[in-house]
Design a protein around this ligand. Sequence first.
Ligand code: IMP
Ligand code: MG
Length: 180
Amino acid sequence: MTSSSNPTSTTPPKTLIPQEKLQARITEIAHQIERDYAHCDQLSCIGVLKGSVFFMVDLLKQIDLPLVVDFFQTSSYGGKKVPGEVRILKDIDLSVRDRDVLLIEDIVDTGHTLQTVLSLLRFRGARSVKLCALLDKTSQREVDIPIHYLGFPIDNVFVVGYGLDYDERYRNLPYIGAIE
Ligand code: IMP
Ligand code: MG
């Protein structure tokens, strides 16, 4: 095997949030959501691809409520440097009109992605929209996004694992790691 000059290809990401801590917090959030939506006839759980998938699966398996699942996929023009330029690559299939929506995201960074998605859901007549995010890089925020259910606030480090990628890699790590 040849060694690579790219350190991220050989060095495993440093653990920032271990697997047990992630799972314990996700169980707490699931219980909280279950209590808050106890009287909801059907909760629309909408994930943002691809990063939120691992989190969403572990979370929803612990929520004993009538719910449906759907996905957006988004991307930003010019690597997120231009505020507001978020593209919807894949739209949701289900209608959210008069529905209670729980939007599920891996990480809130500048907030532009979620601002776009949240305003679209409201425009389409959702009865309520709440946001559940695993990670929050508060210091990077450019637009105000209320997070109703948060896993962990983190510092401004680039994180991977548990769905989050660096150039599409590392999504399958069972923990959240930091890349220098
Ligand atoms: P925002 O629009 O700036 O809030 O960007 C949010 C999106 O950027 C997330 O859904 C992630 O896909 C990506 N992102 C932001 N920070 C990180 C990170 O540290 N690691 C991996 N992806 C990230
Ligand atoms: Mg994302």
